[in-house]
Design a protein around this ligand. Structure first.
Ligand code: GLN
Length: 228
């Protein structure tokens, strides 16, 4: 029996924010397909559970609320495992290691170390680990609903820098020849898939799929496909 919100027993609903290439983005031949590293992993999880994957694209900042409200079954959104988030959701085993990087105009030579970030005007993705980190260095933080918008703000000269995850930052560089990435010694972050605390069975299924794709070579194939 189908419930009013379109969920049924043979559907697995993924929540994501498809503006984080190469993990999740909208593209493909038709220009409106969900693609990416996380999306392929999510499809494998659905397939291993004998279910059809349905994708709900929403603001990054709304994902955990949607999960705990039962509107989605799991999150795959390049989401970093943090103690604060672990208070409200369960995370899978870590599936990707990342770090924050600083994106500035190519002409900006003012940043050599983390202390040079003090007082700068940051653009970040709303609700991200970068958003939280930025506030340690400055009170000038402008948060956007996507990394694209943060990059646009930097291109328009309205902020000094964007603090963003390493891999999507590298991806954005290809279309932004006037920008550069600076790697500073920020801590490693580990991405996890998130599941509601009341759904340990799905967490188990996700961890099984993650373990399988690591041993059968599919994980490495996905890395080669998406991480360029
Ligand atoms: N890894 C970062 C976080 O979890 C950013 C994720 C994102 O913007 N999709 O906050």
């Amino acid at each position: 029996l189908l419930s009013g919100c379109g969920k049924s027993d043979d559907v697995l609903v993924l929540g994501t924010n498809a503006s984080f290439p190469p993990f999740e983005y909208v593209g493909g031949a038709s220009g409106n397909e969900f693609k990416g590293f996380d999306i392929d992993i999510a499809r494998q999880i659905a397939s291993d559970s004998g279910k059809t994957l349905k994708i709900q694209n929403m603001k990054f900042d709304s994902l955990i609320m949607a999960l705990n409200a039962g509107r989605i079954d799991f999150i795959a959104a390049g989401m970093t495992i943090t103690p604060e988030r672990q208070a409200s959701v369960n995370f899978s085993t870590p599936y990707y290691e990342a770090t924050q990087v600083v994106i500035t105009k190519k002409s900006d030579t003012s940043i050599h170390s983390i202390t040079d970030l003090r007082g700068k005007h940051f653009a970040v993705q709303l609700g991200s680990t970068a958003d939280i980190m930025a506030k340690k260095y400055t009170d000038k933080v402008t948060a956007f609903n996507s990394g694209f918008e943060a990059i646009m703000e930097l291109n328009n000269g309205k902020v000094d820098l964007v603090l963003f995850d390493s891999q999507p930052a590298a991806n954005f560089m290809r279309k932004n020849p006037d920008l550069k990435i600076q790697s500073l010694p920020f801590a490693a972050e580990f991405y996890g898939l998130a599941v509601a605390k009341k759904n340990p069975q799905l967490l188990q299924q996700i961890n099984t799929t993650l373990a399988n794709i690591k041993t059968n070579g599919q994980y490495d194939t996905l890395i080669a496909k998406y991480m360029k």
